[in-house]
Structure formats: structure tokens, C-alpha cells
Write a new protein. Structure first.
Length: 155
């Protein structure tokens, strides 16, 4: 049975690093929207069209993911999944396709996230966004940590 792996955490929490490790250990297809968006649109985090573009990319990646799950391939969605409602939605989608689901939560204190953000912003890349620190503070406040029940794998 294929497994949908949901990477949960804020920017700079280490989601993509862990997703790359899981990609190898779980023989999974890793789908990281930021990599696609930066390559297609550049460093557009502050562009008014950023969120619409990001939503479109995530929707397209889900089409790929759902087909892969049906074919029996493990999939890693490296989306962040900041809200419980979103996590539950994707877990229900996986179940509907006959796949298992697992949440991988990276709980990093705000001070460490901001330290990592400064380091990341100093080293621009083609796979990660430059994010102004001022954008990060409301995201930290909004983020909904998974409950213990959410952290349990589901068939």
C-alpha cells in the first residue's frame, strides 16, 4: 500500500531536508512546490501573484501525487500544511485513493526559525525563497501544531 507523507512545519524548519531523506529511504516521489515556483517565477515571495501561483502549483502537484499513489508509489508532499483542516483534507484524499498517510512534523522554536531564515536569506538559491523576516512573524502566530492523534500513521 502506498503512503502519502505530509511534511508539516514552517519555512526553515527542515522540511525539505527531511523530505529528501525520506525520498531515498521510502522510495518516494518528492514534490516540493517552492522548487517549482522559484524555477518558474523566480524569487516572487513578495509579488502580488505569489499566492495564486503557489496554489496553482500545489494543485498540479496533487494531480501528479494522486496518480502516483494509485499506481502504488509513495509520495512526499513538502507543502508545510500549516492548518489542521488542510492536513485532514489531504489525509482523507489519500484514504479515498486507498493509500496510507503519515505526518512528519518539524517543531522548531521561533528564535531558531528566524536564525535559520537569516542564514537562508544570505545564501540565495534556485530552490528556496528569500523571505523577509517581517513575513515570518504572522506565519509563526498562525501555524497550528499537529495534535498527538495527527502524528499517528493512518491506513
Amino acid at each position: 500500500m502506498a503512503t502519502l507523507h505530509l511534511m508539516v512545519g514552517l519555512p526553515c524548519s527542515g522540511k525539505t531536508t527531511l523530505a529528501r531523506e525520506l525520498e531515498a529511504t521510502c522510495a518516494a516521489l518528492r514534490l516540493t512546490p517552492d522548487e517549482w515556483q522559484v524555477r518558474l517565477f523566480g524569487q516572487d515571495a513578495e509579488d502580488p501573484e505569489h499566492n495564486a501561483r503557489h496554489d496553482l502549483i500545489e494543485a498540479m502537484l496533487w494531480e501528479i501525487a494522486s496518480r502516483a499513489l494509485v499506481l502504488g508509489t509513495n509520495v512526499i508532499l513538502d507543502y508545510g500544511f500549516w492548518a489542521q483542516e488542510e492536513r485532514e483534507d489531504y489525509r482523507a484524499r489519500a484514504k479515498q485513493l486507498g493509500a496510507r498517510s503519515e505526518v512528519h512534523f518539524l517543531d522548531v522554536p521561533p528564535e531558531e526559525l528566524l536564525r535559520r531564515l537569516a542564514q537562508r536569506n544570505a545564501q540565495r538559491s534556485q530552490t528556496a525563497f528569500y523571505i523577509p523576516e517581517a513575513m515570518m512573524h504572522p506565519w509563526i502566530a498562525f501555524f497550528q501544531k499537529p495534535t498527538l492523534d495527527e502524528l499517528e500513521p493512518r491506513d
